[in-house]
Design a protein around this ligand. Structure first.
Ligand SMILES: *[C@@H]1O[C@H](CO)[C@@H](O)[C@H](O)[C@H]1NC(C)=O
Ligand SMILES: *[C@@H]1O[C@H](CO)[C@@H](O)[C@H](O)[C@H]1NC(C)=O
Ligand SMILES: *[C@@H]1O[C@H](CO)[C@@H](O)[C@H](O)[C@H]1NC(C)=O
Ligand SMILES: *[C@@H]1O[C@H](CO)[C@@H](O)[C@H](O)[C@H]1NC(C)=O
Length: 748
């Protein structure tokens, strides 16, 4: 049965570049990433331009797109995304133009659910990604949704580069442009828009949407330069019904490709033009985390012949397949990645005879010993794992979520692949066929994709300590050098918050949300985060939320996720703090060991007994959602509170507040070094000030502000960001983003 045809009409006209407006006076800042250096998150797509040597791009699911540099490093392309354009950082598909390599197209948008209020976009660059114009689609895209590693769903016809195809999600089907992406029309004759839904019962909308078109591949050999290629293949995310279609007339009519095996979902359809062959990887899920079975097929276009060339079988086949690469210099040399081989490690196979025979990246010696046909180096991001050749089975050195696998079209030795955490690759790939031993290096330098959940800049020791999603967090000894290690013991996947004790600032607390089985979700360090001890005062079931430690490190208040606000004094077991609603925003005083602060709704609370009891002290105008509390370590009772309705300042310990008049909404707020020693600290805030949302600094207690973000640095969604001023360097502020790592800014 064919699903009904597509509801999409023609789309909108070309919009201009995103605009940038200033409210307060601007002060030029110099912004750089704090180097973590290993990517830090999923890299679902890597695409080489087939025409211009060295042109390649990577796309990420929450941190935008990047362009490859000749020295293997990467340059971010979407750092301008701001409070209104943060969904540009979810890049669902990417196409580089084979005819005019300066042209680059991105399909962006983060979620098709109501987590993302914005439509999807086709972003068009004519200068290799240096600038973009933006076409808004009439529907949403899901750059951080299931199936994001399939593709590419967006392609340029190599025979007529004014023609583009884009395969949408959500049942919106295939779109075609004949004017370089400026306008789009539905290709309504395509028989299926895909029917696979990962979990129809998911009420969040994240897993319950149709994955849609999984890839579009133009058969360049079907036509000649100057007119559109007649033959185009489309894979759709469906199982158990036809999922590969072909047109012979550039999209007017379509048919199922005969002889296809529709048992699994086609993830990639990679053309080997000189062989006239399409290589198709399949998995029994949409990815990127799943897949317990799959296959690899070769489709000979000329005689419509399918061959099963799956490189593993029997007990060795317990995963689906993701990335497929062809060596355009050496027809018949192909590679395929296991999408997720969780044990003992990821797997990649290589064939030099079009898939007739294969060799793996590792195989079993005498179990559990493995023969590793590679040398592993993570010199550029040592925290990714111990830089060893031998590893314990199960530590996943090779990677997981391996959907992006490419060989440089100009250099058979140069290859790259994306994982759930980074980009790996090397420059000696053909050694696979001679010595069967290649180097695999972390090559994500410049890609900073971490989601930062907490930041502190204590007055002594390292200038920055982070709590990080998926990679737990780091002590940033040197802002420009990748950390050697992440936090260990405990090494939760995610640390959600971190705080230091004002009078003993080498004492740090952090909390995580890794689930009961990970043990205590709170840990203490007395050496500025170098070593940690799980806090035995906590119940394993308590996790998440925000944490604050008292000035002398005597007591800890934990506004947990789901277990209310708890307090532990002198290492006694955590118990409910009295007087505070669940989810209260908390902070410790940095001078008086007995004082904590809380904000919930419009109410501001103070505790003067080490967090045991809180009492409502005052109100924060008509606020309904406080965001952050910043406490001045140099003046007792001086503090700032940001809320959905403004920015409030108290100089009497929260008894009374003054609202900053020009601010109508504020997110992270922090204090940093003052312009002159002894003066009031610099105040930093993410806020809507005089109607303009941005990042601001005041050197006079909030009377005057300068805007410090700029047209090139938007930091994504302010509501997801954390921020901390440096107490030792005037003007320096750190902004932790949700997907673009940490930036530090200095007055230019
Ligand atoms: C289709 O693929 C499945 C899974 O790989 C396999 O078990 C089945 O035999 C294939 N069917 C045909 C007709 O080849
Ligand atoms: C199809 O063509 C390929 C080469 O183009 C050839 O190797 C293969 O044997 C052919 N298959 C059939 C069934 O004719
Ligand atoms: C591959 O090379 C590395 C580095 O020289 C070596 O440690 C490793 O044992 C080699 N792998 C095999 C299977 O010989
Ligand atoms: C906390 O530390 C400060 C500074 O070291 C000290 O003066 C004060 O007495 C301490 N307070 C308590 C309650 O221990």
């Amino acid at each position: 049965m064919l699903p009904s045809l597509l509801p999409i009409a023609a789309l909108v006209a070309l919009a201009s570049s995103p605009s940038f407006t200033l409210a307060a006076d601007a002060q030029p800042y110099s912004w750089k990433n704090v180097k973590i250096g290993g990517g830090g998150g999923f890299v679902p797509g890597i695409v080489f331009n087939p025409t211009e040597q060295g042109v390649a791009y990577a796309r990420t699911d929450i941190g935008g797109a990047y362009k490859l540099n000749p020295d293997d490093s990467w340059t971010p392309l979407l750092d301008f995304a701001n409070s209104e354009t943060w969904n540009y950082w979810g890049v669902d598909a990417l196409a580089t133009d084979p005819v005019e390599p300066n042209r680059l197209y991105l399909a962006t948008g983060m979620y098709t659910s109501d987590w993302d209020p914005y439509p999807g976009h086709i972003m068009i660059s004519e200068d290799y990604g240096a600038s973009f114009s933006v076409v808004d689609l009439e529907f949403k895209l899901g750059g951080n949704m299931p199936g994001r590693g399939m593709g590419e769903r967006l392609v340029v016809d190599p025979n007529d580069n004014s023609v583009l195809y884009f395969g949408a999600r959500s049942g919106n089907g295939l779109l075609k442009s004949t004017d370089y992406g400026a306008t789009w029309e539905a290709v309504s004759a395509l028989p299926s828009a895909g029917t696979y839904i990962p979990d129809a019962s998911d009420t969040t909308g994240y897993n319950s949407d149709i994955i849609g078109i999984s890839w579009v591949t133009v058969d360049s050999t079907s036509g000649a330069s100057g007119s559109p290629s007649p033959r185009v293949f489309v894979g759709v995310a469906s199982m158990g019904e036809d999922n590969i279609f072909v047109t012979e007339n550039a999209g007017s009519t379509w048919s199922s490709v005969t002889g296809q095996n529709n048992t699994y979902i086609p993830h990639k359809g990679t053309l080997s033009p000189s062989e006239g062959v399409l290589y198709i990887s399949y998995s029994d899920g949409a990815g990127p985390y799943d897949g317990t079975m799959g296959s690899l097929y070769k489709y000979d276009i000329a005689n419509a012949t399918w061959t099963d060339i799956t490189p593993a079988s029997g007990d060795d086949l317990y995963f689906g397949f993701g990335g497929v690469a062809v060596d355009l210099q050496v027809p018949g040399t192909i590679m395929v990645a296991a999408l997720n081989s969780w044990y003992p490690d990821g797997q990649i196979y290589r064939s030099t005879d079009s898939g007739a025979t294969w060799s793996p990246l590792w195989d079993w010696a005498v179990y559990p010993e493995m023969n590793k046909y590679y040398y592993y180096s993570d010199d550029l991001a040592p925290w990714l794992g111990p830089n060893y050749v031998e590893t314990t089975p199960g530590t996943l050195q090779i990677g997981w979520m391996m959907e992006a696998l490419v060989i440089d079209p100009f250099d058979s030795d140069h290859w790259l692949y994306g994982t759930g955490a980074t980009i790996y690759g090397g420059h000696d790939l053909t050694a696979w066929d001679t010595t069967h031993n290649v180097s695999i290096s972390s090559l994500a330098d410049g890609i900073e994709e971490d989601a930062i959940l907490g930041l502190i800049s204590p007055p002594v020791g390292p200038s920055l300590i982070s709590a990080v999603g998926d990679n737990t967090g780091f002590v940033h000894e040197d802002l420009d050098t990748a950390p050697v290690t992440r936090f260990t013991n405990p090494e939760w996947s995610t640390s959600v918050d971190v705080d230091y004790a004002g009078n003993v600032p080498t004492t740090i607390v952090r909390v995580g949300n890794a689930g009961d089985e990970a043990g205590k979700q709170i840990a203490l360090s007395t050496d500025s985060g170098a070593t940690w001890t799980p806090d035995s005062a906590a119940d394993n079931a308590v996790q998440g939320g925000k944490v604050a430690i008292s000035a002398n490190a005597t007591s800890i208040v934990w506004s947990s996720s789901g277990n209310g606000v708890l307090v532990s004094a002198n290492s006694a077991a955590f118990a409910a703090a009295s007087g505070l609603p669940d989810g209260t925003v908390i902070a410790s005083d940095k001078v008086d060991d007995s004082v904590f602060y809380g904000a919930s709704g419009a109410d501001f609370y103070v505790s003067s007994d080490g967090g045991a009891t809180f009492t409502a002290a005052s109100t924060l105008g008509d606020s309904t959602a406080p965001f952050d509390i910043a406490v001045n370590p140099g003046a007792l009772g001086d503090l700032w509170v940001s809320t959905d309705k403004g920015l409030y300042h108290s100089t009497d310990g929260g008894a009374t507040f003054t609202a900053v008049e020009s601010v109508t909404q504020a997110w992270a707020v922090s204090l940093g070094a003052s312009p002159t020693e002894g003066d009031y600290p610099a105040v930093y805030v993410a806020a809507t000030l005089d109607g303009v949302t941005g990042y601001y600094r005041s050197d006079d207690e909030g009377a005057n502000w300068v805007q410090i973000d700029d047209a090139a640095h938007g930091f994504g969604s302010p509501g997801s960001n954390v921020l901390t001023g440096d107490p030792r360097v005037y003007g320096r502020v750190y902004i932790g983003t949700n997907g673009r790592g940490i930036f530090y800014g200095d007055i230019a």
